[in-house]
Design a protein around this ligand. Structure first.
Ligand code: ATP
Length: 344
């Protein structure tokens, strides 16, 4: 008799709950900006949890959907063929209502009504701020998994989605370099980063940017003009300056204008914007997401609620949820130095 290659679907409600384990039904949501690899993480959480005899409920549209009670059971099939997809099959949202105590009280009612005794949050520092309060106010076990292209979450070397985002930015920088070289032009390329320079620094180094403007280094337009002038005098005929968007998209336009006013250099500006968010995740992001998703389920089972699962120096790291947003993740100072050495 040939073996079936598909697996029998789990039957809900799940009856074979594990004896002696306080955790029976876990919920999972994605929150904040979407990031490539979130789906791979959802898949890992669902499949590892089911294999451990836990039920998994998917909550749609982050905290907003939680407050509205948008949720339902997930089985192995519900996460089939999503590992390569960007975005999040659960949907995501930003929920002002959840930032209020009343909003969270509604969410807590829903959690209890649904019988959810553990929650996996995939998102960024804002999501974990909310998660910290939710844990304090509900007593439910909560674990976080860093999923944001910004990579600005303390407690992990990389967050899910960052690698894909820098590769997307890099591809764009490479393309712009062709034009910059062909037309002898100065380009300002603006990348995302939410008040941090992680995307700018790594895509800038990989793309051979002549200069970087990041929020971690005080802005000095005069110095930038002098450096550009020096490199043009040395014979360069084109240059790329990678700029972090910081507050709002459009920071690069302001800088280009100031450089024009001060030094007379004409330039072109390219704002990469949301194309950095989507797309099929890189192998790195898929693997990281799978590891952290599995670790999140294990953490819930082992009574390690209240932590975010990250990876530091290749090892799974537990960081108290509160630290993930209270402490500041620093840019790699060696990389910052490297930019100075390599720009010519
Ligand atoms: P990204 O880095 O991709 O923007 P994020 O998780 O930081 O992701 P936010 O929009 O900052 O995205 O936060 C997601 C949600 O978390 C918010 O919409 C809000 O509902 C909740 N949240 C954020 N900050 C707080 C807070 N101080 N208190 C309670 N909830 C919060």
């Amino acid at each position: 008799m040939p073996r079936q290659i598909w697996e029998k679907k789990e039957v809900y409600p799940f009856r074979a709950l594990r004896e002696g384990v306080g955790m029976n039904r876990i919920g999972i949501l994605t929150s904040g900006g979407d990031a490539p690899g979130m789906n791979a993480c959802i898949r890992a959480v669902v499949r590892v949890a089911l294999s451990q005899g836990l039920e998994v409920w998917g909550i749609r549209h982050g905290y907003a959907g939680l407050i509205r009670g948008e949720m339902g059971p997930m089985d192995r099939g519900s996460v089939a063929n999503i590992i390569h997809q960007g975005g999040t099959i659960l949907g995501t949202a930003r929920s002002p209502e959840f930032t209020t105590r009343e909003g969270r009280a509604l969410a807590i009612q829903i959690i209890h009504k649904a019988g959810i005794d553990g929650l996996v949050l995939i998102g960024g520092d804002g999501t974990f701020r909310g998660g910290t309060l939710l844990k304090e106010e509900s007593g439910v076990d909560i674990v976080g998994v860093p999923g944001t292209i910004d990579n600005d979450v303390y407690g992990t070397d990389y967050s899910i989605g960052f690698d894909t985002a820098i590769n997307t930015a890099l591809e764009a920088i490479d393309r712009i370099r062709d034009t910059a070289l062909s037309h002898d032009r100065l380009f300002f390329v603006e990348v995302m980063g939410h008040h941090t320079g992680f995307i700018a620094l790594e895509s800038g180094i990989a793309g051979g940017a002549e200069e970087l403007i990041i929020p971690e280094v005080p802005e000095n337009i005069d110095k930038l003009c002098r450096q550009l002038d020096a490199s043009f005098r040395r014979g360069k005929r084109s240059a790329i300056v990678v700029v972090a968007e910081v507050e709002q998209p459009g920071n690069a336009f302001r800088i280009a204008q100031e450089v024009r006013d001060k030094a007379g250099f004409e330039s072109k500006v390219c704002i990469l914007g949301h194309i950095q968010r989507g797309g099929s995740p890189t192998a790195w992001d898929r693997i990281l997401a799978s590891k952290l998703g599995a670790a999140a389920v294990e953490a819930l089972e082992n009574g390690k609620g209240g932590h975010m699962l990250g990876e530091i120096n290749g090892k799974i790291a537990y960081t108290p949820l509160k630290d993930t947003w209270e402490k500041k993740k620093e840019l790699d100072s060696d990389l910052k130095e490297l930019v100075k050495l390599l720009s010519g």
